[in-house]
Design a protein around this ligand. Structure first.
Ligand code: GLA
Length: 449
């Protein structure tokens, strides 16, 4: 196997329309906005519209509300930073920001989730600012997005010497592996676009948000979460080629099948979760394999685990320390599973998709070692429930959510079984959420703000 290629390779998407979809809430009933957008608007009006942040600029600026979705990943875990394949979907759950630019160069922010305010005085040299460690994480993400926009010279004109006052609300569970942080970053970048910032191509916007996350948290995350949030499309999964950054929409055409996520309520923090350690182990495996593979095939390029095949690992795996071999084996086999999952989706073959999802969990547990007892327990409970086709831990791991692919008719029994068995086996109480595949970011201006 020279290289794993999808049945239909995604084509580069350079020509993609960069325009974000906007609504005009001045002519729409506010009821038509997603609930978090309404909550953010209400919080802005209730507490922030009058905060002493220099007043809005210009004085009659409408309130802008922007929102972006969290994501679930069908398959392709810990492949993105190895330049492989991933197959996420955007969720029908969003993070929203409502507010206005203000004359004082400071962020005055309020989070309805944390019921907490944060203030950040924007330095003149924002592009080279350091992380403000006095800020809570959620505010650092905004600081990061604004800083990246400044680095690109892509701040909205109105914000160049000014700040903003804004409220944040959302219904993406926080800290549970559904990428509430990516949703917040993409919502912030969309907010900037709504204020007239230069248009950014969708993948460029996702990469900007990825850099903001890396900078804010210090985790060397890949682009999957931000790309899924920016590019999600209802009824479709997003096949991402994380090397070329090409992508393709794969219809999720399984009407009898539901996606459910079970929150183990084991919090995970990327920064402390061994994420960076896994990433550097992959780099070490590439560094050790490269000279060996190049001796074997003169001129062969080995830039990442994307360039390594299962056969390579069979022939030369013994040259790697056992841990590095396991890490590499996960990434190489997971890439193959993504492409097999795409073929299964195209064939509306839910059983095969489910089997691949179970296999992904086993690989993440045994080879990549990013699962935990609670995640494993949920996968086992799901496996015992009739009508469940597949289940696996999702996202960075070490806690967070399990994704289950189940017959719709099997959901009540699955929920009942989890409600009894998960507390019995782990001593914890979790939560099952049935998800719909949602669309990408949007914004609205609210004329009466
Ligand atoms: C986190 C990161 C992503 C990806 C996943 C694991 O969600 O933000 O870039 O690496 O973990 O697949």
């Amino acid at each position: 196997m020279a290289d794993t290629q999808p049945t239909v390779a995604p084509t580069p998407n350079d020509g993609e329309d960069a325009t974000l979809s906007s609504l005009d809430a001045g002519t729409l009933p506010v009821d038509a906005l997603p609930e978090p957008a309404r909550m953010a608007l209400a919080a802005y009006r209730a507490g922030l519209a009058e905060t002493p942040n220099g007043g809005p600029v210009p004085a009659d600026t409408p309130v802008v509300v922007a929102w972006a979705p969290g994501r679930a990943n069908l398959i392709g875990e810990h492949t993105d930073y190895n330049l492989g394949w991933a197959l996420p979907v955007a969720l029908d759950r969003v993070v929203a920001i409502a507010g206005r630019p203000t004359a004082t160069p400071a962020f005055s922010l309020y989070s309805t989730h944390h019921t907490r305010s944060a203030r950040y005085a924007i330095p003149a040299d924002l592009a080279n600012a350091a992380v403000d460690r006095a800020l809570p994480y959620w505010a650092r993400y905004l600081q990061g997005v604004w800083r990246e926009l400044a680095r690109l010279g892509a701040l909205p004109p109105v914000a160049q010497a000014a700040g903003m006052t804004a409220a944040i609300a959302g219904n993406v569970p926080v800290g549970g592996g559904l990428s509430s942080s990516a949703a917040l970053e993409v919502a912030a970048a969309t907010f900037a676009q709504a204020l007239g910032a230069p248009a950014l191509a969708p993948m460029a916007l996702a990469q900007l948000c990825q850099r903001a996350e890396q900078w804010s948290v210090g985790a060397r995350v890949g682009v999957m979460d931000q790309a899924a949030s920016r590019l999600g499309r209802p009824g479709h999964a997003l096949l991402l080629d994380c090397r070329s950054l090409a992508y393709e929409y794969i219809p999720f055409d399984l009407p009898d099948v539901a996606l459910a996520v079970y929150d183990t309520r084991v919090p995970h923090t990327l920064a402390t979760s061994g994420y960076n350690e896994r990433r550097s182990q992959c780099e070490q495996a590439v560094a050790l394999l490269t000279p060996i593979l190049q001796r074997e095939t003169l001129g062969r390029t080995v830039a990442s685990l994307r360039d390594v095949t299962a056969d390579d690992l069979v022939r030369h795996g013994a040259a790697l320390p056992a841990t590095l071999l396991r890490r590499a084996r996960h990434v190489v086999s997971e890439n193959a599973r993504v492409l097999a999952a795409v073929a299964a989706l195209r064939a509306s073959d839910a059983a095969t998709l489910g089997a691949l999802i179970y296999a992904s969990h086993a690989s993440l547990r045994d080879d990549y070692a990013v699962s935990c007892a609670e995640l494993d327990a949920v996968v086992e409970i799901a496996r015992e429930a009739p009508g469940v086709l597949g289940a696996r831990m999702m996202g960075a791991g070490f806690g967070g959510n399990v994704l289950a692919l189940a017959q719709r008719t099997a959901l009540p029994a699955l929920e009942a079984r989890l409600a009894v068995e998960y507390p019995r086996r782990t001593g914890r109480v979790g939560e099952l959420r049935v998800c719909q595949i949602g669309g990408g970011p949007q914004y609205a201006t609210v004329k009466d703000g």
